[in-house]
Design a protein around this ligand. Structure first.
Ligand SMILES: Cc1cc2nc3c(=O)[nH]c(=O)nc-3n(C[C@H](O)[C@H](O)[C@H](O)COP(=O)(O)OP(=O)(O)OC[C@H]3O[C@@H](n4cnc5c(N)ncnc54)[C@H](O)[C@@H]3O)c2cc1C
Ligand SMILES: NC(=O)c1ccc[n+]([C@@H]2O[C@H](COP(=O)([O-])OP(=O)(O)OC[C@H]3O[C@@H](n4cnc5c(N)ncnc54)[C@H](OP(=O)(O)O)[C@@H]3O)[C@@H](O)[C@H]2O)c1
Length: 461
């Protein structure tokens, strides 16, 4: 039985990443360990991961979840080190010298590729880029999207595709009361996008979006959401799927909503969203930039396990579009000296304990999207992180942890200062937060974000 975690020997844990999964892991440790001291690192000066950089600006309510994270950060033995990148500013060896364990909570930092010709043509963008851009993520602020194009294709029918479609279809007035990045607000105000084609490779019954998100597309101030009746009629495979235990609770309702849209006639709203089903991209076409996308019509087949798959027919069609947003999922990236599964884009683990070629790696844990892959809403991360943190506590009690030479909290701060890493504390972030909300209030918006790292650092100084 180890004495680590008692007031004589507080448990020292590093959490890399300050998104929902990192905070829920911290929450568990604070509740279940007598004495715990947590240092949370993020490569950005701002905390909260995709709650700040992913959640759509027109979905403000969900962002209030950060109040829960503020309480976790207020724990007397919690420190936030923003603007510290694991892999360059800090190595695994540094963590081993200062902590009993580390929890990787770095999310999925890039996009899954389609693997089709023309994917890299100018005008073809990953949704991750567009999302980062409109949300003011410093990595993406410099990007430009040719919004002079009238026709756009969105590939994929998950909730991220719904976000991208809504932001493209919103009126200026609808965006003006959000915390969208100021440059994106200005660029979208000049947008000439009129027609948005949203392509799902499978049918309405297998759509990944959830009911509120597809309902919202039908309630846009300046856009009609249109569906072809024949594309949302259920074939035998979808009927069998909906009757099976593979169907999710959202699926039948999604079909109902889409079938109601199929009865809608276009109105005089200026923008049109065309939800298209059973189409896969084959090639993005264009001479030097996107001019069209070639799609193939699919049919559905059910395998012997009851999974519904899209199979290409020989019918193809070319849709003239000037912009393509590929929204087919995020993907994790490897961290230096940390095991990585290239196939799944995750850190290999068993219930959050990191493994290397099947063997448990002492002291390393993983939570959130880098643990289970890029799926699940904010709330999904809570039980997931608690599972991992519970194993960490079990292991520490059993004596399976790192033996740090410098566990005192001041040692990490001294190391970062010695390396001249300009880190941001939680109090600094709160100052930035106040400045952003004050600037926003003056414009009738929830916040006006800082999007440039140097500006952020200057503002907190
Ligand atoms: C576009 C989009 C919109 C979404 N909208 C919603 C929504 O409306 N409602 C909802 O419930 N869910 C939504 N989700 C899902 C939700 O955001 C995720 O479930 C959740 O954010 C995953 O949490 P995470 O902690 O695993 O990763 P993240 O939130 O991505 O956090 C990872 C953190 O790690 C940091 N990091 C990465 N690498 C390093 C490194 N090397 N060193 C230091 N720090 C690092 C990152 O900067 C980031 O802050 C959305 C997801 C996306 C992609
Ligand atoms: N409002 C919210 O609550 C909200 C907002 C945004 C995101 N999120 C959550 O964040 C998670 C990630 O969302 P996401 O939209 O990135 O992922 P997702 O839900 O997994 O959706 C990915 C979509 O891409 C399609 N796809 C994958 N590979 C493809 C290919 N090669 N060709 C064509 N289509 C392909 C998938 O089709 P198949 O189904 O056929 O594979 C699916 O429609 C989800 O859990 C989501 O709910 C929530």
């Amino acid at each position: 039985m180890s004495s680590i975690g008692t007031s004589a020997h507080p448990l020292r844990v590093a959490i890399i990443g300050s998104g929902p999964s990192g905070f829920y892991a911290a929450e568990y440790l604070q509740k279940h360990v007598e004495a715990v001291s947590i240092d949370m690192f993020d490569r950005l000066p701002t905390p909260f991961g995709l709650v700040r950089g992913g959640v759509a600006p027109d979905h403000q309510k969900i962002k209030s979840v950060t109040k829960v994270y503020d309480k976790i950060a207020a724990h007397p033995h919690f420190r936030f080190y923003g603007h510290v990148n694991f892999g360059t500013d800090l190595t695994l060896a540094d963590l081993q010298a200062h902590y009993h364990a580390v929890i990787f909570a770095v999310g999925a930092q890039t996009d899954k590729a389609l693997g089709i010709p023309g994917e890299d043509l100018p005008g073809s963008h990953a949704a991750t880029e567009f999302v980062g851009w409109y949300n003011g993520h410093p990595d993406y602020k410099h990007l430009q999207f040719d919004l002079t194009q009238e026709r756009v294709a969105v590939i994929g029918i998950g909730n991220v595709a719904m976000d991208v479609t809504r932001i493209l279809a919103r009126t200026q007035e609808e965006l003006n009361c959000t915390d969208i990045a100021d440059y994106a607000q200005a660029a979208l105000a000049q947008s000439r996008v009129k027609e948005i084609y949203v392509f799902g490779r499978r049918g309405a019954a297998q759509a990944a979006f959830t009911n509120p998100e597809i309902k919202e597309l039908g309630e846009m101030e300046g856009a009609d959401c249109l569906v072809l009746p024949e594309e949302v009629e259920l074939d035998d495979v979808s009927k069998a799927y909906l009757a099976s235990d593979k169907a999710e609770s959202k699926d039948a309702k999604n079909v109902e909503i889409l079938q109601a849209y199929a009865a809608h006639q276009p109105t005089d709203k200026p923008k049109k969203i065309y939800m298209r089903f059973l189409w896969s991209p084959v090639e993005i076409l264009g001479d030097g930039r996107v001019e069209a996308i070639k799609m193939v019509k699919n049919k559905l087949v059910m395998d012997d396990k009851g999974n519904v798959k899209a199979v290409a027919t020989d019918h193809t069609q070319v849709f003239p579009v000037g912009l393509v947003f590929r929204s087919v999922g995020y993907r994790g990236v490897p961290l230096p000296d940390v095991p990585f599964n290239e196939r799944s884009g995750t850190i290999p683990n068993v219930e959050g304990r990191v493994t290397d070629n099947g063997a448990t790696v002492t002291g390393q844990y993983v939570v959130g999207w880098i643990k289970r892959g890029p799926s699940g809403i904010i709330g999904t991360n809570k039980p997931d992180s608690h599972e991992t943190a519970a194993h960490l506590v079990e292991d520490v009690r059993a004596g399976a942890h790192w033996q740090p030479a410098r566990p005192e909290p001041e040692a990490m701060e001294a190391l970062l200062k010695a390396r001249e890493v300009t880190f941001v504390t939680f109090a600094d972030w709160q100052k930035l937060d106040k400045l952003e909300t004050e600037r926003g209030a003056a414009e009738g918006r929830p916040r006006h974000k800082f999007t440039d790292i140097d500006e952020m650092l200057q503002a907190v100084r």
